[in-house]
Every structure is written in structure tokens, then in C-alpha cells.
Design a protein. Structure first.
Length: 79
């Protein structure tokens, strides 16, 4: 029988999920822009915008997940 996962394993898994989601959202606008034959500056702008949007999405979903878990925003210890 498998026991419950530790908090460290849960944090590592959540971090991986956040990074994958951030990568997907960051890559979407430049891929869409490639269909319109953008200049390098436009492609860079689309990548930057996607990264900013990805940060907002990851932040929002993290807050939403904490709310559903009933724990509210977790306070992290400073190292």
C-alpha cells in the first residue's frame, strides 16, 4: 500500500505543474504570431506578453487552488 506523499513531494509536483503551465502559455502567442510572418521584434513581444500572461494565470490558479483546499494562501518560511 502506498502512503501519503510528503509535503516536499507535493511542493515539487506543484512546482513542475506550474512550470509546464507557464511554458504552454508562454509558447502560445509566439506560435500564433508565426502564422502572420512576424518580425523578430514582434515575435519577442509576443513571447514577452505570453510570459506575462502565463505568470498571471499561474498566480491566479495557485490562489484558486489554495482557496479550494481550504487552507487559504500558504505562508512560506523565508530561508
Amino acid at each position: 500500500m502506498v502512503g501519503p506523499i510528503s509535503e516536499a513531494e507535493r511542493d515539487a509536483g506543484n512546482r513542475k505543474i506550474k512550470l509546464v503551465l507557464l511554458a504552454i502559455v508562454t509558447a502560445s502567442p509566439p506560435l500564433i504570431a508565426l502564422q502572420l510572418d512576424p518580425s523578430p521584434i514582434q515575435l519577442l513581444a509576443a513571447t514577452g506578453a505570453g510570459f506575462g500572461l502565463g505568470l498571471v494565470v499561474v498566480w491566479y490558479l495557485g490562489r484558486l487552488a489554495a482557496e479550494f483546499a481550504g487552507s487559504g494562501p500558504r505562508r512560506r518560511r523565508r530561508r
